[in-house]
Design a protein around this ligand. Structure first.
Ligand SMILES: *Cc1c(COP(=O)(O)O)cnc(C)c1O
Length: 452
């Protein structure tokens, strides 16, 4: 390690508090700090020049790689015009262009775009809009939400209120608003015997039981489509999302689909909703929207929701919500360039054979002695490590097997970040075939070593 890197790490420890990090261990031999300085394509490069394959797309947001000439250029052009001006009472050029483009690619029926600056904020906006919608309609009893077990929708208190990951959220319970919780699919641990469609029916039924009884109190159901990400990449049976859409229509409850993780190609289609031909009432997007370049998010909604908020000024029906950096122009410019690249590089078409290669490689990893379950939706992967494959007995979280695999992978030039005992892979869509093979082989080797 160079003395400069040593100094940087010292200063990091002196001044910084990192997210989701036990700072007492940060920088210790068990949790070595890594100082990223540059990037190139699908690699991040540290301050000593060592290269690492970005195996989780810089926390699930990178799409076309790093330092993409077209996105770099788009941001530079925008820098030459204006970096930021407010969206409260003003508009700007890149936001107009981006909104049109988002509506063109979004599921049918979504016609309006509301911008904010993080996935959590996009979820807050959907929750508040759904709530206010029913209030404006004079339906005063609908005051809460239906959420799924193990859901993750962000870290602000509103989004935590509809989240369900006890490890992250339990301590904040007294601060949260109450909501109804339904069991979510988790085929590996559900002991359900039957076909995939029977399982989808079974899981949807659990949601219906609550909707049937409590729909008069529920504004909206919020879900991560196809796969619950932060829960440990828990995939849902085919047909489940479409059933939820039908149920929410039947019981007059709005549907919020949180595509913050799944959006922008991650599942093999532009949006996960497309797999099930679902149009939600709200679509929340963030992470991949700018190609992983800049903070931006959006809540897309329908004409009918939008119209409920129209009225004379003095009726005060407006949606009173906004952030200083809502729709930041640099971020919008990056997002437009990101969408252009999907077309220019035929990203989704070229992704399909890579998804197949990934499946084949994961098949090999699935056979390892301590790999209990292998879950994949497109380029989203969860590898659940267990102590005993036959009984599905989990490793104790205190053993930190997931982190140990991830730290070992760094030695071989791969960056990944686990969720408990689940190894997550979510490479940039731009990953090359050779890089994908390398990623899987190194992860396999590291799992073998750490679970020996
Ligand atoms: C990451 C994530 C969020 C939160 O997004 P932030 O930009 O980190 O606030 C919300 N929902 C889902 C499904 C996510 O994966």
């Amino acid at each position: 390690m160079s003395t400069r890197t040593q100094q940087l790490k010292k200063m990091d420890q002196k001044y910084i508090w990192h997210p989701f990090t036990q700072m007492k261990e940060w920088g210790s031999p068990e949790n070595p700090a890594l100082m990223i300085e540059r990037a190139e394509g699908n690699y991040l490069i540290d301050s000593d020049g060592k290269r690492y394959l970005d195996g989780v797309s810089s926390l699930w947001c990178n799409v076309h790689g790093h330092r993409v000439p077209e996105i770099d250029a788009a941001v530079k052009v925008q820098l030459g015009r204006v970096s930021h001006s407010t969206f409260l009472g003003l508009s700007h050029v890149p936001a107009v262009e981006l909104s049109k483009r988002l509506i063109q690619i979004a599921p049918k029926g979504l016609t309006k775009v509301f911008y904010s600056d993080s996935g959590s904020a996009a979820v807050e906006v959907a929750l508040k809009m759904a709530y206010q919608y029913w209030q404006l309609h004079g339906v005063k009893t609908k005051k809460t939400f239906l959420r799924l077990k193990n859901a993750y929708h962000g870290d602000t208190l509103g989004s935590v209120s509809v989240g369900g990951i006890d490890l992250f959220h339990e301590i904040f319970n007294p601060l949260l608003f109450k909501s109804f919780r339904a069991d979510a699919p988790y085929a590996y641990r559900d002991h359900f015997k039957g076909s995939e469609s029977a399982y989808a029916e079974y899981c949807a039924k659990k949601v219906e039981i609550i909707l049937k009884k409590e729909h008069a109190k529920i504004c909206a159901l919020i879900v991560e489509p196809l796969m619950q990400g932060a829960a440990g990449m828990l995939d849902q049976p085919a047909g489940y999302l479409a059933r939820l859409r039908a149920l929410t229509k039947k019981y007059k409850v709005l549907l919020i689909v949180d595509e913050v993780a799944t959006g922008f190609g991650r599942t093999g289609k532009m949006f996960a909703c497309e797999h099930e031909k679902v149009s939600p009432d709200f679509l929340c997007v963030a992470k991949g929207i700018t190609g992983g370049y800049l903070p931006l998010s959006a809540t897309l909604t329908t004409e009918s929701i939008y119209r409920a908020f129209l009225g004379k000024y003095e009726e005060f029906k407006a949606f009173f919500h906004g952030h200083t950096y809502s729709a930041n122009p640099l971020a919008c410019a990056a997002a437009i360039a990101n969408l252009d690249l999907f077309k220019k590089r035929q990203t989704l078409k070229k992704l399909q054979p890579k998804i197949k290669i990934l499946s084949a490689e994961l098949g090999k990893i699935a056979r390892l002695e301590h790999v209990g379950d292998m879950r994949q939706v497109g380029f989203m992967v969860g590898i659940e490590l267990v102590k005993n494959k036959a009984t599905k007995e989990p490793y104790s979280l205190a053993e930190k097997r997931g982190f140990k695999v991830s730290f070992l992978a760094r030695k071989y030039g791969v960056l990944i970040r686990p969720l408990g005992n689940v190894i997550v892979l979510m490479p940039p869509l731009s990953i090359k075939k050779g890089e994908l093979l390398m990623l899987c082989r190194i992860v396999q080797k590291c799992i073998e070593k750490i679970t020996k």
